[in-house]
Design a binder for this molecule. Structure first.
Ligand code: NAD
Length: 272
């Protein structure tokens, strides 16, 4: 499992498990327990997902040492009035003394002040790393003007039909790592029927999902695909015994249709 180095010299496992839209407790516990058995140690949650408490329970019961985990959660805009309290509430639900990564979930009004609060948590070493999510260039420019710390990551919607090359170049230029949410297009974009990906899946004896996830890894994205199925969790973790050729990476880059799945990913009006 490759670790990537962040701009503050902390490291992050490049692959993890996301837990968005997992509302049934038993299914959640089963999936996280399978993930832990398979070897996942990086989990991406958020206060708004409503399952931090269950994740905390699963981590605690696993008996695995805290230092082996990389845990991310996110500040919801409804809590911009007191981000520090919101952070401590997330830690309490997760039964953790600190988070590895804490993100501003959306750049809703007040995100610049909220960032200053996250900077305080970071300065007091209460959180290992801070970052943002769903930020466009304009929001990052504002953070550069009003803040002190450059976000370590920007977690953005990104998949083969929505590759956002300009935003990705901008993030690379500023040493901000790309975390790709919805790396499989949330299973809704039709990408699983894409002939090129099917052809590559046959060639490498992998599934289309594995081809897409391998492409993300070789592009340098941090990913945490979600599944509640044991076999898919296993497949999504088995990405390290093959390598796409450079021309295949480029062919997948050519699939970009600038087509978001999440309706708000590029909506400046909503985001500002
Ligand atoms: P995803 O792209 O990971 O897609 C998940 C869906 O893909 C599953 O529900 C299933 O239908 C399908 N799938 C998964 N593995 C598969 C496999 N091996 N074969 C076939 N189909 C498979 O979408 P996601 O869960 O929305 O995104 C991943 C994570 O990103 C989330 O769980 C969450 O942690 C994070 N996220 C963040 C934001 C944000 O605003 N920051 C928004 C959405 C998601």
């Amino acid at each position: 499992m490759p670790d990537l180095k962040l701009n503050n010299h902390e490291t992050i496992p490049q692959l993890g498990m996301g837990v968005f839209q997992m509302k049934d407790k038993q299914a959640f516990m089963d999936a996280v327990n399978w993930a832990l058995e398979i070897g996942y140690r990086h989990f991406d949650t958020a206060a708004i997902y409503g399952n931090e408490k269950w994740l905390g329970e699963a981590l605690e019961k696993s008996g695995i040492d805290r230092s082996e985990f990389f845990i991310t959660s996110k500040l919801w805009p409804g809590n911009f009035d007191d981000p520090i309290q919101a952070y401590h509430d997330s830690c309490a639900r997760l039964q953790l003394d600190y988070l590895d990564l804490y993100l501003i979930h959306w750049p809703s009004p007040g995100y610049d002040k909220a960032w200053q609060a996250l900077e305080k948590l970071y300065a007091h070493q209460e959180v290992k790393t801070i970052g943002v999510s769903n930020f466009l260039e304009t929001h990052l420019e504002r953070i550069f003007q009003t803040g002190q710390v450059v976000p370590a990551v920007d977690q953005i919607e990104l998949h083969p039909y929505f590759q956002r090359p300009e935003l990705v170049d901008y993030l690379n230029d500023h040493q901000i790592k790309v975390e790709a949410w919805g790396p499989l297009g949330q299973g809704k974009t039709g990408v699983f029927d894409e002939p090129l990906l099917k052809q590559l899946a046959t060639k490498y004896n992998k599934s289309v999902a594995q081809i897409i996830l391998r492409w993300h890894l070789q592009e340098g994205h941090i990913i945490f695909p979600k599944s509640i199925h044991q076999q898919r969790l296993q497949d999504n973790f088995n990405l390290f015994d093959f390598h796409l050729r450079n021309e295949e990476i480029e062919q997948i880059e050519n699939l970009d249709q600038d087509q978001p799945n999440g309706s708000t990913s590029t909506n400046q009006n909503f985001l500002n």
